[in-house]
Design a protein around this ligand. Structure first.
Ligand SMILES: [Ca+2]
Length: 401
């Protein structure tokens, strides 16, 4: 290429509209942080989630899809379940007991609330407030029978139920719901603000009964819009999390048949983000004729295709690592693919992706990691990987695994 052409090429690249282009800009290369995987307890019955007691990383709670919560206390699996909803839950397809989070004030001033996201026998979504008090020394962890329904959402199909719960840095509860299921968003729920489906909701669990709508939720003044909506245009936000250091929000949003995506919202975004589904699948047009909601499309910070060479098919969103055991991993966001067993790490600066690593070989040099359905984070900020086939692993420095 003649040197004289370069300035115009640079100008062309600089002027190109950035809206749909950033996702593929950074090449993914093999990374090596010297990581290992240490199994937690025995195998579980379709584990979907792991979280520790808010003040004790040695007390882990594993959520099993069919409806139990199991405790692993200082490496020992507690015989009796913490909670057993098996006779009230449908776990067909993607349904089940999907998440458990602790109230941010849990353990202080008598606060013992935990929050659950699950599907009833008819498949409909329940978000409930339950209670898990700290047991007397030596006694087992056991939830009480008290339960309050916060949110009920009818589910038209057995998949894309979302399932994530997370408390934000603002103390509000964020709730993930998929587009209702089947395929191709048949209800066009993604861009429809009159339904809770295909959204991340935001509620104040202490300001009212059963909850209050935060006054600064983005669509409280929009006629017909559900006031709980915080973000929309999500197909199935299968795991999202807040960076505990910055308050930034990271979302893994499962794609249709072509593109898996990771979305990013800076802490100061202010809500109302439109992640594009089903007008867009990742940064690619899916239904170009569909009218967008009232806010512009926020394209993914990272996306990857189905098919060769990795045969990825479904993203599992993770966490930004902020623990102490693996200093080099600090500030990296981890994600996985359910089908290929790949684990990746992303780093952003100013909302732009600046590095993308493949950590699969680092974590598991000799085996394929099966059915990676979730990450978890404990009270020390250390991360876990969950396989729906039974194992739960802590991510540790290599020499410690
Ligand atoms: Ca999207």
């Amino acid at each position: 290429m003649p040197v004289t052409l370069l300035p115009s090429l640079v100008l062309l690249l600089t002027c190109a509209p950035p809206a749909q282009e950033p996702a593929a800009a950074v090449e993914t290369v093999a990374g090596d942080f010297g990581l290992g995987l240490r199994p937690v307890g025995l195998r579980f019955d379709q584990p979907l989630w792991v979280v520790s007691a808010p003040d004790d990383a040695e007390v882990l709670f594993v959520v099993e899809k069919p409806g139990r919560v199991r405790a692993v206390v200082r490496g020992e699996l507690q015989r009796e379940p913490v909670l057993d909803l098996r006779d009230r839950i449908s776990d067909r397809s993607e349904r089940g007991l999907l998440c458990l989070v602790f109230h941010p004030n849990w353990g202080r001033d008598g606060e013992d609330s935990v929050f659950l996201h699950w599907n009833d026998r008819s498949g409909h979504t329940h978000v409930t407030r339950n209670h898990l008090p700290r047991p007397e020394p030596g006694a087992p962890w056991r939830a009480t029978d008290e339960e309050e329904l916060l949110l009920f959402v009818e589910q038209p199909f057995p998949n894309h139920d979302g399932g994530q719960l997370a408390f934000g840095p603002d103390g509000h509860l964020y709730i993930g719901l998929g587009d209702g299921g089947a395929a191709n968003d048949p209800l066009a729920a993604g861009q429809d603000l009159t339904t809770h489906l295909a959204k991340i909701l935001r509620i104040d669990v202490d300001g009212g009964s059963p909850y209050a709508i935060p006054a600064d939720n983005p669509f409280v003044d929009v006629e017909g819009a559900r006031p709980e909506i915080w973000a929309y245009g999500l197909r199935n936000p299968w795991r999202f999390s807040f960076d505990p250091e910055t308050g930034d929000l990271w979302i893994g949003d499962v794609g249709q048949n072509l593109w898996e995506e990771v979305d990013f919202l800076p802490a100061d975004h202010g809500g109302g983000a439109n992640f594009g589904w089903r007008r867009w699948e990742g940064s690619h047009p899916f239904d170009p004729d569909l009218e967008l909601g009232p806010t512009p499309h926020v394209p993914p910070i990272f996306e990857y295709p189905h098919g060769a060479p990795h045969y990825d098919c479904s993203v599992t969103g993770g966490f930004v690592y902020r623990g102490d055991a693996i200093p080099e991993l600090r500030g990296w966001y981890l994600w996985a693919d359910y089908c290929s067993g790949r684990v990746g790490a992303l780093k952003q600066e100013g909302g732009q992706l600046v590095a993308s690593l493949d950590l699969t070989r680092d974590l598991a040099p000799n085996t394929k990691l099966p059915a990676l359905c979730s990450f978890g984070r404990d009270a020390d900020g250390e991360l876990y990987l969950v396989s729906l086939q039974g194992p739960v692993w802590k991510i540790v420095p290599e020499e410690a695994d």
